[in-house]
Design a protein around this ligand. Structure first.
Ligand code: ATP
Ligand code: MG
Length: 251
């Protein structure tokens, strides 16, 4: 049996205005999975992801992270589940890239020397060390997103959740962020990605969940779903349209 890190039972969420954002969702997220969360605009992907680290709390149902119910263990949950938002600017608080990445660890009881060590290691791993003294607001979109990923990685989460990690990036930017995400997964990290851009990640993904109107409509290995994607408003990858084998975007 795979080890479930996140266990969701009958999760529903209703917004203040009465709109039902999530509708009776039950699923588990297991150690080492790489999950694509797909579905058209407004299908509930972001609403769902925001529940995974307690940014939104269920109206009904439960979410457990490593067996602990989120609402009662918010700090542990946020250490376990790291979230990279769609717009990295909203996540940036530091005057330099280094301070930005050090922000999370500084809120934990860790010595300065240890913080310097772990921040340096993460910046080197993501090939960002040369930017450490730059103001994050001066970085390109792809660099900003990598800094946002670095800020999550220093916290050493068990699961990393990305909301639209490729949006607003050019092709080299997508490749940079893609390589970062692939490396994480290959190192054993559990990854979940909400994206409209299936093509770059489908080769790596172990599972695809499709949402519509706040409900999970499909949950299967990606290759079993590619032919049905367009009925959910998700673009079918080119390889499957043309009857080809999927190919990695990584050279
Ligand atoms: N604060 C709110 N109050 C009421 N409805 C909301 C609120 N926030 C989001 N919604 C609605 O919930 C639905 C799901 O939104 P959500 O952002 O989760 O969709 P999504 O799948 O992430 O879409 P996208 O692909 O555009 O990012 C949408 O219809 C949205 O309008
Ligand atoms: Mg969204």
């Amino acid at each position: 049996m795979p080890k479930a890190i996140i266990d969701i039972k009958d999760l529903s969420f209703i917004f203040d205005d009465g709109f039902r954002g999530l509708n009776h969702i039950s699923l588990s997220i297991n150690q080492g999975e790489f999950i694509i969360l797909a579905g058209k605009n407004g299908s509930g992907k972001t609403t769902f992801l925001r529940h995974l680290n307690g940014l939104l709390m269920p109206t009904s149902g439960t979410i457990r992270v490593n067996g602990l119910e989120i609402s009662k263990h918010l700090i542990e949950t946020r250490k376990t589940v790291g979230m990279v938002f769609q717009d990295p600017d909203t996540q940036m608080v530091g005057d330099t890239v280094f301070d930005e990445v050090a922000f999370g660890p500084e809120n934990l009881k860790i010595t300065r020397a240890r913080i310097k060590e772990i921040v340096t290691k993460v910046l080197e791993t993501l090939n960002l060390f040369h930017l450490k003294d730059r103001n994050p607001s001066t970085l390109s979109g792809g660099e900003k997103r990598k800094v946002a990923i670095a800020g999550i990685l220093v916290m050493d989460p068990q699961v990393i959740v990305f909301d639209e990690p490729f949006s607003n990036l050019d092709y080299p930017g997508i490749l940079q962020v893609l390589a970062t995400i692939m490396d994480l997964h290959r190192a054993g990290q559990t990854v979940m990605i909400a994206t409209h851009d299936i093509e770059p990640v489908i080769f790596e993904a172990t599972r695809m969940i499709i949402m519509e109107k706040g409900s999970v409509k499909e949950d299967d290995v990606p290759l079993n779903l590619v032919g049905r994607l367009e009925s959910y408003g998700v673009r079918e990858p080119c390889f499957s349209k043309f009857g080809l084998e999927p190919q990695s975007w990584q050279k």
